[in-house]
Write a protein that binds this ligand. Structure first.
Ligand code: ATP
Length: 210
């Protein structure tokens, strides 16, 4: 099976520090893969390159066999960054509907269904600044999942959640993979690693099997 996401020999330095020293990885459709690594090891830096938000100094990132662009379509690559990136001027429901509107679709029942599943169904009319961090994180996950993306990159998707909500988020990530999305999650959360099909670790700027 050809991978949805492929990175080859990716290097990235900040000043004198080479954070990514030659990352190779592949994630295929339907796979749920986790990436571990100590704080500061470069997981977020790698996700920025994998999502097209940042450019590698050298090496190659391919999405669906094509060189990653700076602004991939939401339905090809959805990102849940650590900073969440919700639009503060839109309500929660408008944020979640945004990827659908951007491809010319009217919002469907899926928007409310995702909010309901994530326990924030009553908060659709609020603005992101009126939510807790954990609620914002769930709203950002709903937005990432709304367009049924080919690739989902989620950076610490359970970081702000209480213990009871982690299985809900895990269930949605696993379901996305079951429905064919290639899911890559950076996390410190053992519960998330245990649920993965495959576990990776970022060590000295390279990705290895964990
Ligand atoms: N834009 C940048 N400019 C300068 N240094 C950066 C930049 N982005 C990341 N770094 C550095 O790269 C290293 C890796 O940071 P990164 O945020 O990727 O780590 P991480 O593994 O995601 O950590 P955490 O688990 O704490 O989120 C750190 O030393 C950080 O200071």
């Amino acid at each position: 099976m050809s991978p949805i996401l492929s990175a080859q020999a990716v290097r990235r330095s900040f000043g004198q520090v080479e954070v990514l020293t030659g990352v190779d990885l592949e994630v295929c459709a339907g796979e749920f893969v986790t990436l571990a690594g100590p704080s500061g090891s470069g997981k977020s830096a790698l996700f920025a390159v994998l999502s097209g938000f940042d450019s590698a100094d050298s090496g190659e990132v391919l999405l669906l066999g094509e060189r990653m662009s700076a602004h991939p379509a939401w339905q090809d690559c959805a990102v849940l960054p650590q900073v969440m990136g919700l639009a503060d001027e839109l309500t929660v429901a408008e944020n979640v509907a945004l990827p659908l509107r951007l491809r010319g679709e009217e919002p469907t029942a899926r928007v409310q269904e995702l909010l309901d599943e994530l326990g924030i169904g009553a908060l659709g009319d609020r603005y992101p600044t009126e939510l807790s961090f954990g609620q914002r994180q769930r709203a950002a996950l709903a937005r990432a999942l709304a367009p049924r993306p080919r690739l989902l990159l989620a950076d610490e998707p359970t970081a702000h959640l209480d213990h009871a909500t982690v299985p809900v988020v895990l269930g949605l990530l696993k379901r996305a993979a079951d429905e064919g999305t290639a899911v890559l999650v950076a996390t410190h959360d053992n519960e998330v690693h245990e649920a993965a099909h495959r576990r990776l670790r970022l060590v000295e700027g390279r990705v290895r099997a964990a």
